[in-house]
Design a protein around this ligand. Sequence first.
Ligand SMILES: Cc1ncc(COP(=O)(O)O)c(C=O)c1O
Length: 403
Amino acid sequence: MPEPTFEAPPALPIYLDHAASTAVRPEAVAAMEPYLADAIGNPSAHHAAGRRASEALEAARAEVAAVLRAMPEEVVFTSGGTESINAAIKGVAFAQMEAGVGRHIVTTEIEHHAVLYSAQFLERFGFEVEVLPVDEYGRVTPAQVAAALRPDTALVSIGYANNEVGTVQPIAEIGRAVRERAAALGRRIPLHTDAVQVATTHSLDVDALGVDLLSLSGHKFAGPKGTGILYLRRDVPFLELLSGGGQERQRRSGTENVPGIVGMALALRLAQEERDWFVTRTAALRTRLLAAVLAACPDVHVNGHPTEHVPHNLHLCFPELEGEVLVEALDRAGIEASAGAACTSATWEPSHVLLAMGVPLELAIGSLRMTLWSSTTEAEVDYVARQVPLAVHQVRAAAQPAR
Ligand SMILES: Cc1ncc(COP(=O)(O)O)c(C=O)c1O
């Protein structure tokens, strides 16, 4: 008789919340270290330490520009996705208002709140925000976007991939449609994309995408938290959000976070170099996890587009339970997942994304988002696949009124 083999259980906790944040990769930690302790100069200072910091900053800018296939001076470093998005939307909107272009803004129902609330903020200044509906998968069509454009449209903002359900928009086609329609109107209408969720999975070539502004966040691609990138095409009208010392070519004042920027730029380059492998690896893990969960929980609903989604996002809805309670049960089993977007879960309410996609309220409440990474293992996925049905059963049983 052959000896039975026992697979070692995976180490707990298992982190499956990579859409919320990621660990800084070791290469980035190593690259940042000299700028934390030794090379402490302010990049604006006129001495050797300042020059060293400034050289590191400009090298990072060139590295990011190469990824975006843009010019280094079109790269603005920020404190994260939220700041990049606020700067993009408010910065362009106010500049367009000042130039007398118009106050019409086009976006979609399923954008991140950084986009939706920035647009809502502008309504106080007389802007008119047109929020496009999405289909059951969370997609808009290029024709839909083009049809919304008017002679007074100041800006269009469409997310590349949704942070909750993972649906990817046809951004390059939208870019083309916006350019064609704008040309027919005798205008140029800037297009911004929130690309925060696609840095590890999609090309960020701004010309191929046809975008004029693009927002990224370092901590979503294994860079440090509190770092971000705003790509700003050189001739796009823009008023700065932060005024002061005039850093970042007057577009974002404030001493640059040199160590963070150095780490972020390297993490972005490596994420883009490893893109194919990341996609193949996480797609296979997601397929394995989904198959096992479907087999054990036939009543589960899978959200997002069946093919046009980021490969590492599995978003599910379970009837007759609350997602937050399920997340707590999974946490007790050593699994760290999310009921939706981490950014909004401090004030938990049904997801605006799921409701916009037409998911009924009672189902939308039971949402679970698991986002994998290239470091996720098969053993972890198999453990999670066993624990999810147990947790679902436990949560439903606990919710039954006592007889
Ligand atoms: C799609 C999207 N946009 C913007 C943000 C905000 O990014 P940050 O956390 O860097 O402010 C997030 C964060 O979850 C996101 O997922």
